[in-house]
Ligand binder design. Structure first.
Ligand code: CO
Length: 133
């Protein structure tokens, strides 16, 4: 079912500060911060040869990242795997007893592609995002 690792997302308080660390200390290529109001985040991508890291800063009052930071502090937020057919995957996962977050309908995610999130309690405390590519 799973394809490539698309990205790992890390919740941070200040993307500019953390992007500068990746750039200046780790020598990574980072993008300019991009505000995505529909998703309640400002994002910076750290570009890696085989994947990317997304640094997520809360944006707006209803940001899911604000709630995460309040509960857990900064740290890994989710991992995203690529998938060929998100509707078929969703149906298989539900049949196997996995909890899909929300109403189970794939939504347009931060990259303009269909995504679903799986309950972290079903995967060792890790929030999983599936993205159709
Ligand atoms: Co993501």
């Amino acid at each position: 079912m799973l394809g490539r690792l698309n990205h790992i997302a890390i919740a941070v308080r200040d993307v500019a500060v953390e992007a500068a660390r990746y750039r200046d200390i780790l020598g990574a290529t980072v993008t300019a911060p991009q505000a995505l109001p529909a998703h309640g985040v400002t994002v910076v991508f750290v570009e890696l040869p085989n994947s990317k890291i997304e640094l997520l800063e809360p944006l707006g009052e209803h940001s899911p990242i604000a709630a995460f930071l309040a509960r857990n502090g900064e740290g890994m937020h989710h991992v995203c795997y690529e998938i060929a057919d998100i509707f078929a995957a969703r149906d298989q996962l539900i049949a196997r007893g996995t909890r899909v977050l929300g109403d189970g309908t794939p939504k347009i995610g931060a990259h303009g592609k269909l995504v679903l999130f799986l309950h972290p309690k079903d995967f060792a405390g890790t929030l999983i995002e599936l993205e159709q590519v």
